[in-house]
Ligand binder design. Structure first.
Ligand SMILES: *Cc1c(COP(=O)(O)O)cnc(C)c1O
Ligand SMILES: [Zn+2]
Length: 499
């Protein structure tokens, strides 16, 4: 729809102008720094940053109902910069002019309701939000679109030469960083650090395909992260891990989209999300808080974070119900099928601790919960979801396992509706399905395939057929013989009746 065709009451707001006063604010000592350079840790105390808008109160001058109209009408505008996460420009990175925004098709991922079989299994209504349908096939594109749009803006504004973007990754961050950097070829070059043998073949192929420099490190993600942090502290590089608060801002779009998809009514909604480095849950909490503070939503949804027993530091931290007695302690991770969340020392933990408190306080009740699930449950529920019309990755399986656990523990009751994050596409993690079907899980995963969930191809090679098409060119007699006998075997196996 063209701008002049929109109602006059919203027309002036549909094209956002650069605005806002964003600053890096240290979560530990409160110091603030201007955003005209890349900064990841507080030079004073080494704390990590959030990126608050010091001019946030200007957003409250527009009423909640008007904001809803702006976003709903804006969806009908055909301006690429506003098609993805920047539909919510004022809440993402309002200082970036539209012409610097990078849009590769991220955001606005579908929300698909589970079928009746799955809803009976969970004993509540639920949906999957398919963030695996982002361009690099994970939710990381939301944060990357924001961080790279900001980098693009800085490169323009300051006339910078080519900058080097680096990240450590459990696979998806590097895929996403490489994709967005390749779009900015000539302005941004990317290098990624991966734990050797701990990303899937598909995830390794992505940064290679996008022309990134790929370094494999003998260690786990947490080790790669330390090396990257050292690089960011000592060299002039753009750090693209979620330590970078621009990433968090982009990922907040996940919450804004959920609000919009449910007509901004969230009182009986529950958001279920896997926790790894805790950037995503940070963004989800902050996103709902922002919309709530401005009156765009009138209630804060419940949020359930999910961790595997093999990588559960956040779960362990919140086991202690008395906030004063809680003690933060990183864990040593064990191999996990939810490999993208296999993190023992989540970088965003200080953000989580602060936001959980604020969220519960504003909601007036405990609204954030963390549950843990077994590796067996992660695999079984991923397979069950995908046998019912979904396309979820192992972390998406973790979400469903987490919902079931939350239902069992009474954290979620039957009249609530859950939105589960499928954080990546099933094909990225297909090697875990393969290990399950072929019964090849190394013992440390603690996964025993359930027979009824296994599925393997069967070779059809009837012994009474003399020649097969992959051996030679068949005569018409031979070919007829092959077709009839092969069809017979399949029909018998399927118990088909003749017409
Ligand atoms: C990164 C990632 C996670 C973990 O998200 P955090 O923000 O690190 O907590 C979960 N699932 C997938 C597929 C991921 O790529
Ligand atoms: Zn500080």
């Amino acid at each position: 729809m063209k701008l002049k065709e929109f109602p006059e009451s919203v027309r002036p707001y549909l094209l956002p102008n650069p605005a806002g006063n964003l600053v890096y604010r240290c979560l530990q000592c409160g110091a603030e720094y201007p955003i005209d350079e890349f900064l990841y840790t507080c030079p004073r105390c080494k704390g990590i940053f959030m990126l608050p808008d010091k001019d946030f109160s200007r957003l409250k001058q527009i009423s909640g109902p008007t904001w809803r109209q702006i976003f709903d009408y804006r969806k009908m505008l055909n301006i690429p910069a506003l098609k993805g996460i920047f539909l919510f420009h004022e809440f993402i990175a309002p200082i970036i002019p539209l012409e610097d925004i990078i849009y590769l098709g991220e955001g606005h991922t579908p929300i698909v309701e589970a079928n009746s079989y799955l809803q009976e299994l969970a004993e509540c209504r639920f949906y999957y939000k398919n963030d695996g349908l982002n361009p690099s096939a994970s939710f990381k594109d939301r944060g990357m679109a924001c961080a790279l749009s900001y980098a693009n803006y800085l490169v323009h504004k300051k006339g910078l030469k080519e900058i080097l973007a680096v990240c450590a990754s459990t696979g998806d961050t590097s895929a996403s960083a490489a994709l967005y950097a390749s779009y900015l070829r000539g302005r941004v070059k990317s290098a990624v650090l991966l734990p050797r043998g701990k990303v899937t073949a598909q995830q390794l192929a992505q940064p290679l395909g996008h022309g990134s420099l790929v370094f494999e490190i003998p260690g786990v993600f947490d080790d790669c992260m330390k090396v990257v942090e050292y690089l960011a502290d000592n060299y002039n590089v753009l750090l693209l891990n979620s330590k970078n608060p621009w990433r968090i801002r982009g990922q907040e779009s996940y919450s804004y989209e959920i609000a919009q998809a449910f007509d901004y009514k969230l009182e009986n909604k529950v958001i279920v999300v896997p926790i790894g480095n805790a950037g995503n849950i940070t963004a989800i909490m902050n996103g709902f808080l922002n919309f709530y503070k401005v009156g765009i939503i009138e209630s804060l949804p419940k949020i359930v974070g999910v961790q595997s027993v093999h990588a559960n530091p956040v779960y362990l931290y919140y086991l202690e119900s008395d906030p004063k007695k809680r003690k933060w302690q990183p864990v040593r991770v064990r191999p996990s099928c939810a490999q993208a969340a296999m993190i023992g020392n989540p970088v965003s933990m200080p953000r989580v601790i602060q936001l959980v408190e604020e969220y519960n306080q504003l909601a007036g009740a405990k609204r954030i919960f963390v549950v843990e699930v077994t590796e067996q449950e992660i695999m079984d529920y991923m397979l069950i979801a995908n046998r019912n019309g979904h396309i979820v990755c192992t972390q998406g399986g973790e979400s469903l396992a987490g919902l079931i656990k939350a239902r069992q523990k009474g954290i979620v009751d039957s009249n609530e509706e859950a939105i589960l994050d499928s954080t990546a596409h099933m094909l990225k993690f297909i090697s875990f399905q393969q290990m399950y079907f072929e019964d090849k899980f190394p013992p440390e995963y603690e996964v025993i395939p359930r027979k009824e969930l296994k599925n393997l191809p069967q070779l059809v090679r009837p012994s009474n057929v003399t020649h097969f098409p992959d051996e030679k060119r068949l005569s018409s007699e031979e070919f007829k013989d092959f077709v009839e006998k092969t069809a017979k075997v399949i029909a018998d196996t399927l118990d088909l009746r003749k017409k």
